[in-house]
Design a protein around this ligand. Structure first.
Ligand code: MN
Ligand code: MN
Length: 462
């Protein structure tokens, strides 16, 4: 056996360091899979979170609350699309708080505002994709329809169709290989083009004895939509409808060590953060656990981190505590709880292995993201890295470092930079994901569990 170096250090498979966590990890991930199946969209995820916290003493934080005590648990629901959970600590707010911020939106296909059309006796929906997708991955898989649509009279309906076994699904077609000689010459990026992501929604015409109705298949589809949901074509202009893969979270591998599910970026961090927050009772420091929206399109919009919604809540908390919010910020620390790309041996070329995260090697600490020369990145300080590593080492959390691919090969970003604008220390910490942003992303159960342990350790930070 090779002698262990006193100075060098390798990042190892979790089982080599913590043999005994397998059962606990597998058990933890049963809850995670259930969470995933009821949280395909940000709205559904907020509902799942509200349902999960309902027996844990959380009260809505609003203007009627005039004082707060250590141990109080609060929530703020921002438009049903992002949510903030708060546990008041023993220490004064100006000494700083612990933020854990994950995002609950995922790449998908949104409907255009005038989506219904018929072409040659087939009815379709037009889509505009949301977030970074590889378009060729989306045809020929079953899709489900989710979202909210308002009617002319001001009432609305929440739609979720295609998730249950007996419900219809939807699909985008692709060309058969026999006739794809020209399509095969396209670059992978344009293998399927944006305007080819058209969803098949019907193929039987409405009964019309006089043969007078133009687009009778579209008419029949609209009739079914009206009979089922009491919605008409114009109502799609007052809607947010998302099409996502109609798959469920499943175990992967003979050893069942991995999970495949849609939307693990970033709900694989949101779920451990949620459980760690619920279990955070009577902490020293106040914890602020945020589940935000719109990260996948640059955190824009009033439910994303570019919005002031989180910082308004912080100001309200500071006002109640009689302290300056800026004093709170400068003493706070934030985990931007987001995923990183796991090293994939099949596509080894794009990774610099020594600095890439690997599945089953622990929660990933990502100092910087960004493009070419760290551009657009938060780039955490040595002090912040040291603080977070110490918290994890003290509580035997297994962690690894991660970088998003080789220098100059691509890049990406997280919400970290929007938090840092407030003079808050922040670093990315989350799960390594294979096939990220695909319809079926893959993670390792041991990593999910150690991410939960990392957030627990962080919230105990005093
Ligand atoms: Mn993400
Ligand atoms: Mn993402």
């Amino acid at each position: 056996m090779a002698k262990k170096s006193e100075y060098a250090s390798e990042y190892e498979h979790i089982v080599k360091v913590d043999k005994n966590c397998i059962d606990a990890a597998f058990n933890f991930c049963e809850g995670y899979k259930k969470f995933m199946n009821s949280s395909k969209t940000e709205r559904e995820c907020v509902d799942t979170i509200l349902d999960t916290i309902k027996d844990n003493g959380y009260k809505e934080f609003n203007s009627e609350i005039k004082s707060l005590k250590p141990g109080n648990k609060l929530y703020v629901n921002n438009r049903g699309k992002s949510i903030v959970l708060i546990t008041i600590g023993k220490e004064s707010l100006d000494k700083g708080v612990n933020f854990v911020v994950s995002h609950i939106d995922s790449p998908r296909l949104d409907l255009k505002p005038n989506p219904v059309y018929e072409s040659d006796d087939i009815a379709y929906f037009k889509t505009h994709y949301y977030g970074g997708i590889k378009k060729y991955q989306w045809p020929t898989i079953p899709l489900s329809m989710h979202g909210r649509i308002f009617r002319e009279d001001g009432t609305y309906i929440d739609i979720c169709i295609g998730e249950k076994d007996n419900e219809p699904k939807f699909i985008i077609t692709d060309l058969l290989p026999h006739l794809a000689y020209e399509q095969d010459k396209r670059s992978l990026k344009d293998g399927i083009k944006g305007e080819e992501l058209n969803i098949v929604i019907g193929s039987i015409p409405v009964v019309d004895l006089d043969d007078e109705i133009k687009n009778a298949v579209k008419e029949n589809t609209l009739k079914i939509l009206y009979d089922t949901f009491k919605i008409k074509e114009r109502d799609f202009a007052r809607a947010e409808i998302e099409f996502v893969p109609a798959n469920t979270a499943v175990d992967i591998g003979f050893d069942r060590s991995m999970i495949a599910a849609y939307g693990q970026d970033d709900k694989v961090c949101a779920y451990p953060a949620l459980i760690a927050e619920i279990e955070n009772v009577n902490p020293q420091k106040t914890s602020i656990t945020v589940f935000t929206d719109k990260e996948e399109i640059g955190s824009e919009g009033n439910t994303g981190m570019v919005s002031e919604y989180l910082f308004d809540i912080m100001e309200d908390l500071a006002d109640l505590a009689g302290v300056k919010v800026r004093d709170c910020y400068k003493n706070s620390i934030c985990l931007s709880s987001d995923v990183n790309s796991a090293y994939d041996p099949t596509f080894a070329d794009v990774f610099e292995k020594r600095n890439s995260s690997q599945i089953n090697h622990g929660v990933v600490l990502t100092k910087y993201t960004g493009h070419a020369g760290k551009s657009g990145s938060n780039d955490a300080s040595a002090e912040t890295m040291a603080k977070v590593i110490k918290l994890m080492d003290d509580r035997k959390v297994i962690w690894q470092i991660g970088e998003l691919g080789k220098v100059d090969i691509g890049g990406g970003g997280t919400i970290a930079k929007y938090i840092s604008q407030r003079n808050i220390d922040v670093v990315d910490l989350g799960v390594a994901v294979l096939s990220m942003h695909s319809p079926y992303e893959v993670t390792a159960k041991l990593d999910v569990y150690h991410t939960y342990l990392a957030y627990k350790a962080f919230l105990l930070n005093d």
